[in-house]
Design a protein around this ligand. Sequence first.
Ligand SMILES: NC(=O)C1=CN([C@@H]2O[C@H](COP(=O)(O)OP(=O)(O)OC[C@H]3O[C@@H](n4cnc5c(N)ncnc54)[C@H](OP(=O)(O)O)[C@@H]3O)[C@@H](O)[C@H]2O)C=CC1
Ligand SMILES: O=C(O)C1=N[C@H](C(=O)O)C[C@H](O)C1
Length: 274
Amino acid sequence: MIKVAITGALGRMGSNIIKTINQQDDMKVVAAFEVPNHPKKGEDVGKLIGIGEIGVPLSTSDELDAVLKETKPDVLVDFTIASACVENVKIASKNGVKLVIGTTGFTEEQKAEIEKAIKENNVSAVISQNFAIGVNIFFKTLEFLAKKLGDYDIEIVEMHHRHKKDAPSGTALRAAEIIKANRGIESVFVYGRQGMTGERKKEEIGIHALRGGDVVGDHTVIFAGDGERIELTHRASSRQAFVNGVILAIRFIAEKENGIYNTFDVLGLNEIKF
Ligand SMILES: NC(=O)C1=CN([C@@H]2O[C@H](COP(=O)(O)OP(=O)(O)OC[C@H]3O[C@@H](n4cnc5c(N)ncnc54)[C@H](OP(=O)(O)O)[C@@H]3O)[C@@H](O)[C@H]2O)C=CC1
Ligand SMILES: O=C(O)C1=N[C@H](C(=O)O)C[C@H](O)C1
């Protein structure tokens, strides 16, 4: 049985992950954390998310070290915010707990802090900006398109719900990195455009973030040439798409002793070459 702890337990992702873990035979939630001073601290997490009692009281992140020592999870799943995630990863790694990290919006310094904590403590982690299986196929398709159409004008547009705190999305940034690595010419990322921008340069990859309503997550990459364009779009209509990938990642990382992995590793997509 894989024992799982969740940080961001009552959030949009955290609550759905707990619901889905509760339906699996090979894993169970042993600890769940929210922000310090949370008004529901101590209440049963299952009841709080509407699935009935699961015997796990809501803890707060200031208790993370103590509760991890007491409940001894194999894996901590983090869907919080970047600054909280960095601290959670440091504490979990020191306790020898493996990680599945879905949080986005990290600075380069925060990414480095996370990698350092994981490596220094010899734990294993899956880090992915998007756990949806379809998005990972979308990323793979971008490798192909960037190789074939690297000199086309490339623009990325993403749209998310009004509550999203970071922009552009982690997925849009990952898409840009994949294109940059595969297009065969220099790239410069341009975030939005305004004013007298001058003529578009070949090396630009435009990245544009839209926010509104309850949009779960839409990403489009446009390859615009002379007289034609290709638009590749992924639309998530339910967070279950991400949650299903998280469940696969928990099983994957439970078998790994150390190392940092991504969803291409989890889904076996690294072998596909164009
Ligand atoms: N990789 C992927 O596939 C996906 C990634 N994401 C990313 O996951 C993250 C969370 O998204 P989402 O679930 O929509 O956001 P929510 O705001 O719904 O959930 C985040 C939760 O974390 C809580 N939280 C904040 N700080 C801490 C802390 N120190 N310890 C414990 N809990 C904390 C928040 O509490 P409070 O509200 O009180 O601040 C909130 O309940 C975002 O970065 C998002 O981009 C989202 C979907 C898919
Ligand atoms: O905050 C969200 O909701 C999402 N965040 C991730 C990101 O930033 O790419 C993944 C998904 O698009 C939903």
